[in-house]
Design a protein around this ligand. Structure first.
Ligand SMILES: N[C@@H](CCC(=O)N[C@@H](CS)C(=O)NCC(=O)O)C(=O)O
Length: 226
């Protein structure tokens, strides 16, 4: 049995965006796993991993930290139901992972940080505020006031994916794979922690998100959300 360490918020919400990539990868491979919720500021709980961030998995003797390294580990150890579709696919997916993390995560953070702050465990509120304000360079109150503008900036950042998803069902083509879960993790982060709908009904990203939510018997749909 694989164990996944991830962030736990108020009312059982599992809100680590990077851990959602791992969750989806495990479901994609049909692997059974159990989860351990940790608080954002509780570094002692994950000290065994040698780092300070989740996701972390323990898979037999192996402890792996960092969502990308975990995806590579799962692909190497459980090659059926591929996440990448071979070496070239792995390289391209890594490029996509880097682009999403360097551009879209920051844009999404500007939109959802004030809502996340209201739903983290009380003991994590100060830690989360410090982290979000350091990353964005704005106070949570400034972010709240600028939420509409931030949503527009996010929309511009997502435009290439909107154009793509008019032409194909998934980021990876006809079937979903790890690159879909990379982008999906941002929307699941928002869905679990923010009551605001980010996508209009006509947005191709909206239909794609619904398709991903339906995967694996509604695995990502049927969780506590905002
Ligand atoms: N590159 C890492 C990023 C992991 C990450 O930043 N995780 C966040 C939660 S979504 C975290 O644990 N943050 C705690 C902190 O920064 O103190 C990955 O892909 O796993």
């Amino acid at each position: 049995m694989i164990t996944l360490w991830e962030l736990g918020g108020k009312d059982g919400r599992r809100y680590s965006l990077f851990s959602w990539r791992t969750r989806m990868a495990l479901a994609h491979k049909g692997l059974r796993f159990e989860t351990q919720a940790v608080r954002l500021s509780d570094k002692a709980a994950i000290a065994f991993s040698g780092g300070k961030t989740v996701p972390v998995i323990r898979d037999g003797d192996a402890v792996v930290r960092d969502s990308w390294k975990i995806a590579e580990h799962l692909e190497a150890r459980y090659p059926d139901r591929t996440l990448f579709g071979g070496d070239i696919g792995r390289g391209v997916t890594h490029a996509f992972n880097t682009w999403v993390d360097r551009t879209l995560v920051a844009l999404m953070m500007q939109v959802v940080a004030p809502d996340i702050h209201e739903r983290v465990e009380a003991a994590d509120e100060t830690y989360f505020r410090g982290m979000a304000e350091r990353i964005t360079g704005k106070t949570l109150e400034e972010l709240r006031a600028g939420q509409d503008e931030a949503l527009k900036r996010l929309g511009r950042g997502l435009e290439p994916m909107q154009a793509l998803l008019k032409r194909q069902a998934y980021i990876c083509g006809e079937q979903p794979a790890y690159a879909d879960y990379i982008l999906f993790s941002l929307f699941q982060w928002a869905r679990v922690m923010s009551p605001h709908e980010l996508l209009g009904p006509e947005d191709p990203l909206s239909a794609w998100r619904e398709r991903v939510l339906d995967l694996f018997d509604g695995f990502a749909r049927n969780v506590p959300t905002a």
